[in-house]
Ligand binder design. Sequence first.
Ligand code: PNS
Length: 159
Amino acid sequence: MTVIYPGSFDPVTYGHLDIIKRASKKFDKIIVTVLNNPSKKSMFDVKERVELLKKTTEDINNVMIDSFTGLLIDYAEEKDVSIIIKGLRAISDFEYEFQMAHTNSMLDKNIETIFLMTSNKYSFVSSSVVKEVARFNGDIKQLVPNIVEKAINEKIKEE
Ligand code: PNS
């Protein structure tokens, strides 16, 4: 069975990688797809986010990295996939995820969203927190792979 793991991934963190690795052991194929949303301010453009995801998942052979624009259900239909995977870190994620899962299933009755609990170790990690810590010269080594840390620091230098 193939599943889609969608997100902003601006940039990928150990929290995302935890979900990708665990999902890759339970499903045949994981399509990790980056939302291309030009109206949202991001640190990395979609191409850069895709590149970082490709590099940080290159050791997992059933993962494919892609990007999409528009509605997720349309992308899922195009790929002929009916299962969406999302990570849940804490209760604070629940409301937003609940809204998205119900909206998606209202738009397409065939779509199911499966939630994986983010491992305890990464339950507080978000791309926003990582970027904020890095901007104030904090150590983000425990939150993102080396290559992502370098990419963030390069971006901060340019800001
Ligand atoms: O990493 P994020 O920001 O939680 O990911 C959110 C994402 C990309 C999964 C969500 O915003 C999305 O699917 N956007 C595409 C537009 C869409 O389908 N909206 C309807 C569902 S609310």
